[in-house]
Write a protein that binds this ligand. Structure first.
Ligand code: SIN
Ligand code: CO
Length: 431
């Protein structure tokens, strides 16, 4: 009788991560040491970063990836995930969504399928992403899964972002180089290095992890069919992008500044023999107003950048809940159930303000609602029941205990409450 192989079931990270304890995931470094010694600086190979794989293999029951090939192919075909298919011989790139028959069989060679944002599709991917929340959410991007036939890969290249590559099924050979020559091969649909000179190489087995900082040349080639590599990727916005997003939102906020509605006046203008020239007085007046904006300190500017970084991915789709509960019914449900962010919702906190999917959702809200949003942003979970318990019993160890003091009542869910609005948009889900 053949025993069906079990799938690895990644646990969700605890609400409060132990930042100063050794983690097998990081080669027994604590997140604090990892960030100081490796993050953004040098590669790190961790054998058996997920010990369950070796333990099960040694016991004679090797684990499979948490997500089946079939499910991944489904994501590449249903149009809800960004997907790319790369063929290696010759190099070809195709963009999804795909038809089932366009995806090669895993027994075929030299192809790889890349699916972005899998944390929004499968809880196992969301759990793996939660392990990396010792790095600010503003930097965390998504979890991409590649599934490949033997020989499949995307060629030697560099990425402008940090990446944790976790081997989840089959083996992949990684070669890396710190080379300065980043010249590309011409006339190819992919950015492939013209002269890749590997300095180190390893074969990664299921459960192994390779961390690469930006600009390290690398190439991963699948050694087994159905090879799955899970990549936790980070966002790398340019300063230009951040500043222009902040400035754009600052410009929008000028609408609300009555002082700027004053009409430009030039009572001191003298008769001019040079009418085509822009008056220097106009330039001076503008300069004065720009200085009075002091935009580096202006909340609209910095909050504008926070709002931008909290925007969901462009392909995120939110659908209103069905049935839609009334504010009163949602309030009642929260006595027993919790609110959690939709997997594609992004939350960020700056000072006391919480940004959700590009909006400052705490602005103009009551204290209890602000606290609820802060809990949601920090722990991705808000339960009113626990809030009451933890307010009453300070010693109770709940995930919310540290935010709450006894003076905060649970939020009153009304129509214009931003928690209710976010629930109606499908940004927050009732769990
Ligand atoms: C892959 O998983 O095949 C590619 C990931 C990468 O090189 O960044
Ligand atoms: Co890469």
């Amino acid at each position: 009788m053949t025993k069906t192989r079990s799938r690895y079931q990644p646990p969700k990270a605890p609400a409060t991560l132990p930042l100063d304890l050794p983690w097998p995931l990081l080669g027994n470094l604590s997140p604090q040491l990892f960030m100081r010694r490796y993050w953004h600086q040098c590669p790190l190979l961790v054998r058996q970063a997920i010990p369950a794989f070796a333990l099960s293999k040694n016991a004679g029951f090797p684990l499979l990836s948490p997500i089946s090939d079939k499910a991944l192919f489904g994501y590449a075909c249903d149009g809800l995930s960004e997907a790319r298919l790369v063929e290696a011989k010759p190099w070809r790139l195709h963009h999804g969504p795909f038809k089932k028959k366009e995806i090669p069989a895993t027994s075929q060679r030299d192809w790889t399928l890349l699916i972005q944002g899998v944390e929004a599709r499968h809880p196992a991917a969301a759990h793996v992403l939660s392990w990396f929340r010792f790095i600010p959410d503003a930097r965390l991007d998504d979890l991409m899964i590649s599934i490949a036939g033997i020989g499949g890969g995307v060629g030697p290249h560099v990425d402008s972002y940090d990446v944790f590559l976790i081997q989840m099924e089959g083996r992949r050979r990684w070669k890396i180089s710190g080379q300065a020559d980043l010249g590309l091969r011409p006339h190819l649909p992919l950015k492939i290095l013209a002269r890749f000179k590997p300095e180190q190489e390893w074969v990664l087995e299921p459960g192994d992890l390779l961390y690469l900082p930006p600009n390290i040349a690398h190439e991963g080639v699948a050694l087994d069919d159905g090879c799955q590599t899970w990549s936790v990727g980070f966002r790398s916005p340019s300063y230009r992008e951040l500043l222009s997003e902040g400035l754009w939102r600052l410009a929008e906020s000028l609408e609300a500044d009555p002082a700027l509605a004053a009409i430009y006046a030039d009572p001191n203008q003298e008769a001019s023999l040079d009418p085509a020239r822009l008056p220097t007085q106009l330039e001076d007046e503008i300069r004065q107003r720009i200085q009075s904006l002091s935009f580096d300190q202006n909340p609209s500017f910095i909050n504008g950048i926070a709002a931008y970084l909290s925007e969901p991915k462009p392909q995120a789709i939110f659908t209103p809940p069905d049935p839609l509960l009334s504010p009163r019914a949602l309030g009642a449900s929260l006595k027993k159930r919790a609110l959690v962010p939709h997997p594609q919702t992004r939350l960020l906190i700056r000072n006391e303000t919480v940004f959700c999917n590009g909006d400052a959702v705490t602005e103009g809200q009551d204290l209890a609602t602000i606290k609820a949003w802060q809990t949601l942003a920090q722990h991705h979970h808000f339960a009113r029941e626990r809030m009451q318990k933890s307010s009453k019993n300070k010693g109770l160890s709940t995930i919310h205990a540290e935010e709450l003091d006894g003076s905060v009542n649970p939020p009153l869910i009304a129509k214009n409450n931003s928690l209710y609005e976010a629930y109606c948009f499908g940004w927050l889900l009732l769990q």
